[in-house]
Design a protein around this ligand. Structure first.
Ligand SMILES: Cc1cc2nc3c(=O)[nH]c(=O)nc-3n(C[C@H](O)[C@H](O)[C@H](O)COP(=O)(O)OP(=O)(O)OC[C@H]3O[C@@H](n4cnc5c(N)ncnc54)[C@H](O)[C@@H]3O)c2cc1C
Length: 392
């Protein structure tokens, strides 16, 4: 096995970093993880949706704990506000099986599976470079260490990526996503919405954007069946208040059916953030001794619900490549061959979904089941997404 006894340094200890550490450990490497944050990453982030078959595979292979709570649903429901009224109209329903997770629980589960690695917390990597002997050097305030493989799992602003693609910059999509979570009890009066969310994830279309709503496990000390309501709303923010929570509340009040507007506008949020949406794709996912994983390798628009999915699949590919290639360098070249095109595919898929669902939104009021199915097929144009598994 190529990796047995080899030394792997991982820059970043979030989803991609912990998953890559598990891959390295399982393939027999000696793994060290550097994470610049000094706290537990548990509370960070909100909802993360993954495909059910990937969840099953990760549980089966020991990356995820079978006891980690999830909130699976099998259907997607499309709603819009009836023009001139405050009520909702359901205009389409599609089979779309997803496994929503709580980001913190997902991270915690991967972190436990990676406990065989040496973890440095609160230790930012200052630079990475070649060691002159085919390996890589990782420099921190504590000194320098040499590795056979360095995995850059250091997110969208990756310092590791600068070695492979020094001039690469993210391209803004020109719009933003507001993400929030709130305890289900805070929206208890919205019974219709909650009932729908127990079996489905919901898309609400409005002029110039859309919102996604779904339930996730509550996390913390809560029981496995307790839920948070999570949403992501995509729209172009006004120039004078690019990340204000006020705008998304205004949007919801202006365009959403009453019950859903109330959830966004009046709900007591457990968390709320606004991110600009960007596209980013490294031209090569690995060049020995460096490898990029997760957002460090590329950022796809969140409409694909695939950033963490890609990070997890990156790890599975890395493990397989390490197990079956004769040398660490051979494993990284195989990883690059498989993961570089997949990153490019997901960025393109995100652009297509963004164009259709934010930049050039259809007349939602005129949509019905047939036109939604046809529009989804045209948007995907032959490529695949687990969110749209049954539209073809
Ligand atoms: C609105 C929204 C919704 C999303 N929904 C989904 C979804 O449903 N499904 C899905 O699959 N994905 C989703 N994503 C994407 C997903 O959240 C990300 O792709 C994923 O979390 C990226 O993980 P990562 O580990 O690559 O990066 P990060 O989580 O950014 O981690 C990078 C880590 O590296 C550390 N770091 C950085 N620099 C250094 C350094 N110099 N030294 C040491 N440590 C360093 C950071 O502290 C951080 O912990 C969504 C994203 C958004 C914005």
């Amino acid at each position: 096995m190529a990796a047995t006894g080899s030394r792997m340094g991982v820059v970043g200890g979030s989803i991609a970093g912990c998953a890559a550490a598990v891959a390295g450990i399982r393939a027999g490497a000696e793994v060290t993880v550097y994470e610049r944050s000094d706290g537990e990453l548990r509370g960070r982030g909100l909802g993360i949706v993954i495909p059910p078959p990937l969840h099953r595979r990760l549980v089966g292979t020991g990356y995820l704990d079978a006891a980690m709570p999830t909130a699976p649903v099998a259907t997607r429901v499309w709603l819009t506000r009836v023009p001139g009224e405050r009520s909702a109209r359901e205009f389409a329903r599609q089979p779309s099986a997803v496994t929503p997770c709580n980001w913190g629980l997902l991270w915690q589960s991967l972190r436990s599976a990676a406990s065989g690695a040496r973890h440095h917390r609160g230790l930012p990597v200052l630079s990475v470079g070649h060691d002159g002997d085919g390996g890589a050097l990782v420099r921190t305030a504590g000194g320098e260490e040499s590795y056979d493989i360095v995995v850059g799992a250091d997110g969208h602003g990756s310092l590791t990526r600068r070695v492979l693609a020094p001039d690469l910059r993210a391209s803004p999509a020109g719009y933003a996503v507001w993400r929030g979570t709130l305890p289900v009890d805070a929206s208890a009066e919205h019974l219709g919405a909650l009932q729908l969310l127990r079996t489905s994830w919901v898309t609400i279309g409005f002029p110039g954007g859309h919102g996604i709503f779904y339930l996730i496990p509550r996390g913390g000390d809560a029981g496995p069946d307790e839920r948070l309501l999570a949403y992501a709303i995509y729209a172009t923010p006004p120039e004078d208040a690019p990340d204000g929570a006020g705008h998304v509340r205004w949007l919801a009040d202006e365009h959403f059916p009453q019950e859903w507007a109330d959830i966004v506008a009046r709900g007591e949020h457990a968390a709320m953030t606004c991110h600009p949406v960007v596209d980013l794709h490294a031209p090569v996912a690995a060049d020995p001794p460096f490898l990029l994983a997760g957002d460090a390798a590329g950022v796809t628009r969140p409409h694909t619900a695939s950033g963490a999915v890609k990070a997890l699949q990156d790890a599975l590919c890395l493990e397989e490549a390490l197990r079956t290639s004769p040398t660490p360098a051979g494993a990284l070249r195989r990883y690059a061959r498989e993961r570089t095109p997949e990153g490019a595919r997901l960025v393109e898929l995100g652009r297509r979904l963004g164009r259709a669902q934010v930049e050039l939104t259809p007349d939602w009021a005129a949509m019905d089941q047939g036109s939604v199915d046809a529009w989804c097929r045209a948007t995907l144009a032959g490529t695949s997404s687990y969110l749209y598994a049954d539209t073809d």
